[in-house]
Structure formats: structure tokens, C-alpha cells
Write a protein that binds this ligand. Structure first.
Ligand SMILES: *Cc1c(COP(=O)(O)O)cnc(C)c1O
Length: 409
């Protein structure tokens, strides 16, 4: 039996919603998208009114978010090195400069200790690894909730306030997720930073095939992102083509083409209703993995805490190199030989050719991320996993670990 890394669960309600959309004759951004935005905003709200802007990817949401808070050429934007390409590439879209921060060795989200050190060094005109930061303005920081577990946003927000920059969350993994603050739960995206960006890519916790959402409590930021998501037109086509709409519009900025289609939003609405069920299913599988792997000293399981609601997008184990006779690449091969497809999230950005060539990074510039990269393996984790598939994964991990433990221990 083969277990894929991810499998989309066929959703008959989504199919019905797509059909309704096709029959309505309105395919692009329109009523379904408006409804998806409204419902998503309600789903992440912590009481305040949330403005949600639907776009065609999380990458687009991040780009629009940086534009809305005023990132300009030459500005500095702090980004974890342990993240996906999108988090830093959007900074480069402005010819602004990503400044990397190391990973927390346990959670693999950004280390707030290192964040503080980097921010202080920049403020003092000192030298950080990579780009020259002296004389440049620190404009924003983009924390990532690694694997769906909320990072220490409280600390990130405090540091950002101290050093006068904005926080934009890359919450591509973190819907639905929450953390406890002063005894109550705060949902990610409900005003947890100036703008929170979500992904509905095919294998994310909810999907529209391709898609994303930016949420904020600030109407002006939402308005700017909406404007820039559609060519910088001062009214969107839904209003233009509605009966009450007008044929005329004005271009007020050179915008982008990032709007989400109603076909995608129809899928999104259906997924949104299932989001809590999906999360519970992911959590149940993650808890089983935790239980079965607890006695395997050769691997470290993901951190757990009652202070967070984890979206469980990923299940990442860390191999203990001294305890294993094989490396991570061989571990993945051995899993594959037992029918289990694994993945790795991610090679740190400072170890990719583009960033090495552009800013001159060495792997040791971010020692925690570089060390974690050698050890991490993402196991299959998706709501439609069958009982048999879960058992195949557990057995494969147990077998590979037992067979390849270091001798002489
Ligand atoms: C998937 C992902 C993105 C990009 O999402 P898209 O919707 O594909 O643009 C951004 N950041 C992280 C951390 C991701 O995992």
C-alpha cells in the first residue's frame, strides 16, 4: 500500500457550488467571493470587525500587504530563514531587502531571541549576516506560523512596536489556529497583527485550488489591498457590472491582477464549513503519531502546548543524528521503500543559490535553521487518511528507526 504525502478529499458540495456558479453565468470575482470574504472574516474574528480581501494566492496577499503598509525600495523586512520561497520573494518584488532570522530549534518558527538581536543590531547600525543594513529603514517583520502552530506573536508584536516596524503574518499554515493571551483564545487573523495572510493552495488546510486571503482590522488597509488586487481601479467590476453599477472607472495606481474567481470562492465556501472538522481530524492523527513515536529516542516529535490551537498543517519529526546510522535523505528513501511519501519543509532560504549569490550567506549564519534542515522530515498528515494509511506510516517510522539505530548504543 502506498500513502501519498497529501490527498484532496473529494467534496460533492463544492462540486454543486461550482455548478451553481457556472450556471449563474458569473465566473470571476462576484457574489460568491463577497460571501467567502464575509464568512472567512467571521471565522477568524475575535470580536472586532475583520475586513477580508480574497486573492488568488497567499503570495499575492503578502505582496499586497507589504504594499499597503508602505514598503519601499531599499527598505528592510525581517523574514525567517526557515520558510517557503514566497515569504521573502515578495520583499524582493519591491527591491526591498529581506533580513533573515534564525529558527527556534524546537518550534522551527522564528526565534524571538534572535529576532530581538537582529532588530537591535540594525537599530545600532551594526552588522547582520548578508546584506548591508546600515542607513536603511526597518519597515516590517513577517513571522510564519510553522506547520500551523502559532509562533510567539505577543513577543513579535512587542519587538516590532519597540523598533517601529509593522507585523504582517504569513499564516499560510495557520487556519484555523489560535493562541491563548491573558486567559482567552485569540484566533490567528482576527487582528493578531496589522495584516494576516492565508493560503488556500491545493495542499493547505483548506483549499480553493489556488487562493489566498488577507485579513485586517483596518478598513483603509483592506481598501488599499482591494484596489491594488485589481489593477488599481477605483471600483471593482462586480460593482461596475451590477445593475446599480456604472461603466466608468478611474485608475488610481498601477495595480496587480490578484482577484479570486467566484469558481474558487464557491469551493472555498464549502471548505470553510468543514475547516473545524478537518482540523480535528488532523489533530487526531497527529496525536496518534505522538503516542506511537513517544518511545522512539531516535526521533523528536513536534512540540505540544495547551496554550495554542494548532492547525496541524504539517507533522514534522526531527531525526537525532547521533542516534541514527542513516541520514535524513536515506530515512526518506527507506520510508518510500515502505510505501510512505515524505517531504521536507524547508531548505532554509539562506541556503538557496539566489540568496547566497545575492547576499553572500554561509550556512552557519543561521546555525539553528541549518542544523534543523539536516534533521527534518514531514510525514503524511491529511484529514482523509484511512486507518490503514495511518498504520502504514506509524509502522514504517518504527521499522526504519529500529532497523537503523546507531550500533553500540
Ligand atoms: C504555501 C505557502 C505560501 C504560499 O502560498 P500560495 O497560496 O501558494 O501563494 C507562503 N508561505 C508559506 C509558509 C507557505 O507554506
Amino acid at each position: 500500500m502506498n500513502v501519498p504525502f497529501f490527498r484532496y478529499e473529494f467534496d460533492p458540495e463544492a462540486l454543486a457550488a461550482i455548478e451553481e456558479c457556472l450556471r449563474s453565468g458569473w465566473l470571476t470575482t462576484g457574489p460568491k467571493t463577497k460571501e467567502f470574504e464575509k464568512r472567512f472574516a467571521e471565522a477568524v474574528s475575535n470580536g472586532e470587525t475583520i475586513h477580508a480581501v480574497a486573492v488568488n494566492s497567499c503570495t499575492a496577499a503578502l505582496h499586497l500587504a507589504l504594499e499597503a503598509v508602505g514598503v519601499k525600495r531599499g527598505d528592510l523586512v525581517v523574514v525567517p530563514t526557515m520558510t517557503f520561497a514566497a515569504t521573502a520573494e515578495v520583499v524582493r518584488y519591491f527591491d526591498a531587502i529581506p533580513v533573515f532570522v534564525d529558527a527556534d530549534p524546537v518550534t522551527l518558527s522564528l526565534s524571538t531571541l534572535h529576532l530581538e538581536e537582529v532588530m537591535k543590531t540594525i537599530a545600532d547600525g551594526g552588522k547582520v549576516p548578508g546584506p548591508v543594513t546600515r542607513g536603511r529603514r526597518l519597515r516590517a517583520v513577517i513571522p510564519v506560523h510553522y506547520g500551523g502552530r502559532p509562533c510567539d506573536l505577543g513577543k513579535v508584536n512587542v519587538l516590532a512596536a519597540r523598533y517601529g516596524c509593522d507585523v504582517i503574518e504569513d499564516a499560510a499554515h495557520a487556519f484555523p489556529a489560535a493562541f491563548s493571551e491573558n486567559g482567552s483564545l485569540k484566533k490567528i487573523g482576527g487582528g493578531t497583527s496589522r495584516i494576516t495572510c492565508f493560503s488556500f493552495y491545493a495542499n493547505k488546510t483548506i483549499t480553493t485550488g489556488e487562493g489566498g486571503m488577507a485579513t485586517t482590522t483596518e478598513p483603509l488597509l483592506a481598501e488599499r489591498m482591494r484596489l491594488m488586487s485589481l489593477h488599481g481601479m477605483d471600483r471593482d467590476p462586480w460593482n461596475r457590472y451590477a445593475k446599480s453599477g456604472t461603466w466608468d472607472y478611474r485608475l488610481v495606481a498601477p495595480g496587480f491582477k490578484y482577484n479570486l474567481t467566484d469558481i474558487a470562492s464557491a469551493i472555498g465556501l464549502s471548505q470553510l464549513e468543514k475547516a473545524e472538522r478537518f482540523r480535528a481530524a488532523r489533530q487526531a492523527i497527529a496525536e496518534r503519531y505522538d503516542r506511537f513515536f513517544a518511545d522512539l529516542e531516535e526521533i523528536e516529535t513536534p512540540p505540544r502546548s495547551d496554550d495554542v490551537v494548532d492547525a496541524h498543517h504539517l507533522y514534522v519529526i526531527k531525526l537525532r543524528p547521533a542516534a541514527m546510522a542513516i541520514d535524513r535523505a536515506r530515512f526518506i528513501e527507506e520510508m518510500r521503500a515502505r510505501g510512505v511519501v515524505c517531504s521536507v519543509h524547508w531548505r532554509p532560504l539562506h541556503m538557496h543559490p539566489y540568496y547566497v549569490e545575492t547576499y553572500g550567506y554561509a550556512p552557519g549564519d543561521y546555525p539553528q535553521a541549518a542544523a534543523a534542515w539536516e534533521r527534518i522530515v514531514s510525514l503524511p498528515l491529511f484529514p482523509s487518511m484511512t486507518e490503514e494509511e495511518i498504520e502504514v506510516v506509524i509502522t514504517a517510522v518504527q521499522e526504519v528507526v529500529r532497523r537503523f539505530r546507531s550500533k553500540g548504543r
